[in-house]
Design a protein around this ligand. Structure first.
Ligand SMILES: [Zn+2]
Length: 711
């Protein structure tokens, strides 16, 4: 996952050493932050740490000051006379203003996600709302737009990143409706406000949706006892209450319940969550989106949404998904045949067919029967500190970097670690990263990289180097036993730290292009690519060893089994992804005022043709949260996976494989450094040294050959 914001936290708790993650003397340098900051000065750049607010008043004050400074900057742009207009006081000044507000936003995000003080976390949430509201209003400053438009109308001779900045700034205004005559622009603004309100309601209905499904003991045959014995699940009369809206309840039953009738009942309940409230809302939302798209000059909402992504048009997104769907057909068919054989055997019905409510159950049976791997037993090979240092060694080598742990002046938790990143050849300091890696009460509960201070060329000509944080939840060390990671934790570590590299190594001049500010259908690709590393025996052998006896490496056959198990149901995994992606695109190209009553039928039909037919009388779209915020964007998951597989071939074909310095430096130079300062399509092809191909992705899924040609 990639969180765009960063964060902070309050407290200046300074403790030497730490309870978890033993400090490794080899990585602890005697250099201080001040040394790195001085060194950065020689390269005309700045390294900084955030100064975190420590009281709720400070937080409110920061937001007030940020907004006041922002308004001042915008007023300055808005009142420029035509003769005064320059690139620096229009496009760049606007980027500066947005950047400064973003730095505050990032810091509050860190407080919200990591502070050990609940009152500070709440204040951060509240104040972020205030700041976000102000940021939304930025688009609608008519006076600022007029200055930018007047400058653009002079047709300045700009090149490269400068030209891209002006062009995309004007594109944002056009997309917000400001290029339209005043009356129409006001109308678009009203429609968008109405849309935002409905979207919020849709999401809140999803959050509120709750449905208990009651099952008998017999119906729960196969479901693990420790699930059934929970006090919320087990009823006094011997029945069980399963919550259809709680994903892990749903998954536990769908993967394990032998009774098909029970699975069907739960699937039906799940796919009817929020139906009464959200179907009418979704119909209104789709009509509004379509109307707005037309008013802005787009044929469909999908075209509007994809214009700013790599894929560029709704038709191209759909074409990609359709071709992938066709390419996956043989693999999907083979998997379904395997499930069907299991079902025929289990039910004694030779004609048994596999349904939507069956596939998770038979996928689980298949894994148990054919690919038994004790994933827990693998943890002994991955003590946290060795995995971290092993990854550091590889990334330092391939990207030409040096990471050194330095003393953090302030720590929001005692075991927080801070590192400086510098170029291994020139010594140039490139950025800082924090590691906050173990769970605690009130902390963000997933794994993500957060930007705190983004990279940017400052108005005084110095370059602000980035500061980021990895906020994770690896297993805590326990009773003298080190933190032991699962294999998928190691994969997550390689992935998230990839985002940190993308952020830190940036050379983009403008905040809006720096680091991971790339199109959303690309941002995950470089990190997805780095997940390949942890499936490579050589990579694992460079750091994975039994912590009780480091002479023991991870057995090749276990790794092989893990790979096979993963591959065994990839056809189902991707066809399901494609079913959502295609339904999402269909809704955002085919529903308009007049046919909105067909919303549910259309989504069910498209999804059913791509994966398994939907359960009778259901409306999964009512509980499909991605339709808000990721609308006409679900295709992006598979799209980025395909690019990741393609990019991985550069390392796979290199002399040193996943340790190859030339390939790593090329990734740094062509992908990480430019960020979005040039079209990412160009960056990808420069990195690949050839046009993009879908074949490596299909090959990874066990399919040889290319996808059928596009339309
Ligand atoms: Zn990610």
């Amino acid at each position: 996952m990639k969180m765009k914001r960063a964060l902070i936290s309050g407290l200046a708790v300074v403790l030497a050493g730490c309870a978890s993650g033993p400090q490794n003397s080899s990585t602890m340098d005697t250099k201080t932050l001040a040394d790195y900051q001085r060194e950065a000065g020689k390269f005309h750049s700045i390294l900084s740490l955030p100064v975190f607010e420590t009281t709720t008043n400070d937080i409110a004050q920061s937001v007030r000051q940020t907004i006041a400074a922002g308004n001042l900057a915008l007023d300055g742009i808005g009142k420029l006379e035509p003769a005064q207009l320059t690139f620096a006081n229009t496009a760049r000044a606007l980027d500066d203003a947005g950047y400064q507000a973003g730095v505050t936003q990032n810091r509050l995000e860190i407080i919200k996600q990591t502070s050990t003080n609940a009152a500070l976390r709440e204040a951060a949430v509240e104040q972020m709302k205030v700041l976000e509201e102000w940021l939304v209003g930025l688009d609608y400053r008519e006076d600022v737009f007029q200055s930018l438009q007047a400058y653009a109308d002079t047709h300045p001779k700009l090149t490269g990143e400068d030209a891209k900045l002006l062009q995309e700034t004007m594109r944002d205004y056009r997309r917000a409706g400001l290029a339209l005559p005043k009356a129409q622009h006001d109308e678009v603004e009203d429609l968008r406000k109405k849309l935002t309100g409905l979207e919020t309601d849709f999401e809140s209905n999803i959050n509120k949706a709750r449905q208990i499904v009651t099952f008998t003991k017999a119906e729960m045959d196969g479901v693990p006892e420790d699930f059934l014995e929970q006090k919320d699940v087990k009823n006094s009369d011997g029945t069980y209450s399963v919550l259809a809206n709680v994903t892990w309840h749903y998954l536990t039953v769908m993967e394990n319940a032998k009774s098909e009738a029970a699975r069907l009942r739960l699937q039906t309940a799940r796919d009817n969550l929020a139906r009464a409230e959200n179907v009418p809302l979704l119909q209104q939302i789709l009509v509004l989106r379509d109307t707005i798209a037309h008013k802005l000059g787009y044929a469909t909402w999908a075209d509007f949404q994809t214009e700013v992504k790599m894929v560029k048009t709704g038709a191209r997104a759909e074409d990609f998904l359709e071709r992938l769907k066709a390419g996956l057909q043989p693999k999907f068919d083979a998997e379904v045949a395997e499930f069907r054989a299991l079902k025929a055997k289990e039910t004694g019905n030779a004609q048994a067919q596999v349904a939507l409510w069956d596939w998770r159950y038979y996928a689980n049976q298949l894994k148990k029967e054919k690919y038994t791997v004790d994933e827990e037993a693998l943890r002994v090979y991955f003590p946290y500190q060795s995995a971290l240092e092993g990854m550091f060694k590889i990334y330092q080598r391939i990207f030409g970097l040096k990471f050194q742990q330095i003393q953090a002046p302030d720590k929001w938790v005692p075991d927080l670690q801070l590192y400086a990143v510098s170029d291994s050849t020139t010594g140039e300091p490139l950025g800082l990263f924090y590691l906050d890696m173990f769970p605690r009460e009130g902390k963000y509960n997933h794994f993500a990289q957060f930007d705190i201070i983004g990279g940017k060329l400052l108005p005084d000509g110095k370059y602000q180097r980035p500061t980021v944080a990895l906020i994770c939840n690896f297993p805590s060390p326990d009773h003298g036993r080190p933190s032991l990671l699962a294999h998928h934790d190691v994969e997550t570590l390689f992935h998230e730290f990839g985002h940190a590299m993308h952020s830190i190594l940036t050379r983009a001049k403008y905040g809006r292009f720096a680091g991971t500010s790339v199109p959303r259908d690309f941002v995950e690709a470089p990190s997805q690519m780095l997940e390949n590393w942890v499936w490579d025996k050589k990579v694992l052998d460079s750091f994975a060893a039994d912590y009780r006896d480091p002479s023991k490496k991870i057995p090749a056959e276990i790794l092989g089994k893990l790979k096979e198990a993963k591959l065994a149901t990839e056809g189902n995994y991707y066809r399901r992804q494609l079913s959502f992606g295609l339904a999402d695109l269909a809704l955002h190209t085919q529903i308009h005022a007049g046919n909105e009553q067909e919303t549910v039928a259309l989504a069910n039909q498209i999804a059913g043709q791509t994966f398994y037919p939907e359960a009778p009388d259901t409306a999964f779209v009512a509980f499909f949260g991605h339709l808000m915020g990721y609308d006409a964007g679900y295709y992006g998951y598979a799209w980025a996976d395909a690019i990741a597989a393609d990019m991985a071939t550069v390392f796979q074909g290199a002399p040193d494989g996943f340790f190859d310095r030339d390939a790593g430096r090329r990734l740094r130079r062509e992908i990480y450094e430019p960020g979005d300062s040039r079209d990412v399509q160009i960056s990808i092809e420069k990195f690949l040294g050839r046009p993009q191909s879908i074949a490596p992705f299909l090959k990874k899924l066990g399919i040889n050959g290319d996808m059928p040609a596009g339309k």
